[in-house]
Design a protein around this ligand. Sequence first.
Ligand code: VGL
Ligand code: ZN
Length: 224
Amino acid sequence: MSVEKTYYQKNIDLSQHDALIIVDMQNDFMPGGALPVDEGDQIIDSINYVAEIFKNNNGIIVLTQDWHPENHMSFASSHPGKNPGEEFQSEGIGPILWPDHCIQGSQGANFHDKLKVNMANAIIRKGYNPTVDSYSGFIENDKKSETGLAGYLKSLNVKRIFICGLALDYCCYFTSLDGFDFGFEVYFLVNLTRGIDLPPGNISKSLQHMRDKGIRFATKDNLI
Ligand code: VGL
Ligand code: ZN
């Protein structure tokens, strides 16, 4: 599915009740990294630009950071005989296994140099539990353990959240769905994300599901 321009929300007037959530803009997800997302580096300038608009309107800016211990169970290397990209499902892990990535304290886990991290009000780390992955910035894949992001945003009286970053069909997708379930109005900044598309078709499936659920789509030009 592609998202037609006519579907974008228009003239979104930002305020202190809006939060920009910039998902996992880390070296390992950039071309040349351990879990590269195609064109992942091409959205950085636009994300910086949008972050500036949020700042100018007293909005909240949150970065998420994938932050795994060595031997995390989402890594194929933790399962003898398995390869990255292979299907694997257990409680909290899956549906596929990943290459080792975003190891706590590594260069790959650092934010891309060009990302203006100083604009962030908060940085939420996730995926630190060795046996449970966390695609979402709100809640781990066991669907029980919260990161604290929902409480943080609610305590600041945030009503709308705007999602961008990497990867479209994993961490951006699940952050959007969980944000919706926590009661926020969710806007998916679709041009400011790039996807993994594993299994093939996963990007269009994710977009369709978000749209069906009531998540809105917008571009940077719709923000004022
Ligand atoms: C992500 C797979 C594994 C993401 C993180 O940021 O989308 N994907 N860890
Ligand atoms: Zn990860």
